[in-house]
Design a protein around this ligand. Structure first.
Ligand code: ATP
Length: 298
C-alpha cells in the first residue's frame, strides 16, 4: 500500500527579521504565500527507512541527502515517537521545488511526510499535534501543512490564516547554486539590525486584493545579507525589474528571485523574455494554493 501527498512551495511576501534571540533563533514577522510549485511525497511501509529522490522537469536534486539526515526521515521518526510505535517507511520524493532556493522545499517534504504516514498507518493524529510536530521539524513546516496565505510569528512556526482577496502571479527565477539559510542569517547578524518594518502594509494589500499596494509593500530583511553573500544576484534583481515586473522580491533566504506580475499572460510573456536574455530556468507560479493534500492512495 502507498500514499502520495503533494506539498506546495512558499514565498514570504513580508519577511521582517529581528535580532537573534537567546535560543539562537530570530523572531520573525512574516506573511507566507503558498505557490504552485510542488513536491510529491510517496510513502510505503518498509522494514527500514529509505529515501529516494527524482526531479520534476529540470530541478537539480543533487543536493538532497538520501540518508537519515533527510528531513523526511526526521519527520517519520518524530511521528512514530509521538505515537509510541516502531515502524519505518520507504519515502519517495518527486521534486518540483528548487533545492536550497529559499522556497521551503525540505519543509514541504516534511509536512507531506507527516500527512502521508498518518494516512498510511491510520494514526488519526490531531491537527494540533501535527502542527506541534511540524514546528519541531522547522520554522516553515507548520505553514507547509496549512498553505494558503498566513501570518507567521515566533520564529515563523506560529501561523494564522489571513484574508487574501487576490490571485497573485509570479515569475520565479531559480539560481543554479543554492544558498544556505544559516549562512544568510549569519550575514544578517553581522550587519546592523534593520529598522523594524511591520507586515501591516502587506496584510492590508492582500485583504483588499490590491496589486499596486502589494507591489509597493513587498519586503524582505534577508535581501541585504543574501546580496552581501552573493553579489552577483543583484544582476538577477535588476534584470527582473528591467523585464517589466510590478515588483521584485527575494524568496526567503534566497537565492531564488521572484517578480510580481499582473496576470498569467504577463507572467508567460516576461518568462519568455528572460529565457531569451539567457536565463536557463524561469518558472511561472501562482498563489495562494492549498497546503499539503492527498493525491493518491493505492
Ligand atoms: P528554507 O526556505 O526553509 O530555508 P530552502 O528552500 O532554502 O529552505 P531546502 O530545499 O529545504 O532549502 O534545502 C535546504 C537543505 O536541506 C538542502 O541543501 C539539503 O542539504 C537539506 N535537505 C534535507 N532534506 C531535504 C529535502 N527533503 N529536500 C531538500 N533539501 C533537503
Amino acid at each position: 500500500m502507498s500514499v502520495t501527498v503533494r506539498a506546495p512551495a512558499k514565498i514570504n511576501l513580508h519577511l521582517g527579521v529581528g535580532a537573534k534571540r537567546e535560543d539562537g533563533y530570530h523572531p520573525l514577522d512574516t506573511v507566507y504565500l503558498a505557490v504552485s510549485l510542488y513536491d510529491d511525497v510517496t510513502v510505503s511501509t518498509s522494514a527500514v527507512w529509505s529515501v529516494d529522490v527524482s526531479p520534476i522537469g529540470d530541478v537539480d536534486v543533487s543536493g538532497v541527502p538520501l540518508d537519515d539526515s533527510n528531513i523526511v526521515v526526521k519527520a517519520g521518526r518524530l511521528l512514530t515517537a509521538h505515537h509510541g510505535i516502531e515502524r519505518a517507511a520507504a519515502i519517495g520524493i518527486s521534486k518540483g521545488i528548487p533545492v536550497a532556493g529559499g522556497m521551503a522545499g525540505g519543509s514541504a517534504d516534511a509536512a507531506a511526510t507527516l500527512v502521508a504516514l498518518d494516512r498510511l498507518w491510520d494514526l488519526q493524529t490531531s491537527d494540533d499535534d501535527l502542527l506541534a510536530i511540524a514546528a519541531q521539524l522547522g520554522s516553515d513546516v507548520p505553514f507547509s501543512l496549512l498553505g494558503g496565505t498566513a501570518h507567521g510569528t515566533g520564529r515563523g512556526e506560529l501561523v494564522e490564516q489571513v484574508p487574501d482577496a487576490g490571485t497573485w502571479w509570479w515569475v520565479v527565477v531559480p539560481n543554479d547554486e543554492g544558498l544556505s539559510t544559516s549562512a544568510v542569517y549569519r550575514a544578517f547578524d553581522a550587519l546592523p539590525t534593520p529598522a523594524a518594518v511591520g507586515s501591516g502594509a502587506v496584510l492590508a494589500a492582500l485583504a483588499g486584493g490590491d496589486l499596486d499596494a502589494l507591489a509597493d509593500a513587498l519586503h524582505n530583511d534577508l535581501e541585504a545579507p543574501a546580496l552581501e553573500l552573493r553579489p552577483a544576484l543583484r544582476e538577477t534583481a535588476d534584470d527582473l525589474v528591467g523585464s517589466g515586473v510590478r515588483a521584485r522580491l527575494l524568496s526567503g533566504s534566497g537565492p531564488t528571485y521572484l517578480g510580481l506580475v499582473a496576470d498569467q499572460d504577463s507572467a508567460h510573456h516576461i518568462r519568455e523574455a528572460l529565457l531569451d536574455q539567457g536565463y536557463e530556468r524561469v518558472v511561472v507560479a501562482t498563489g495562494p494554493v492549498a497546503g499539503v493534500h492527498l493525491v493518491d492512495y493505492a
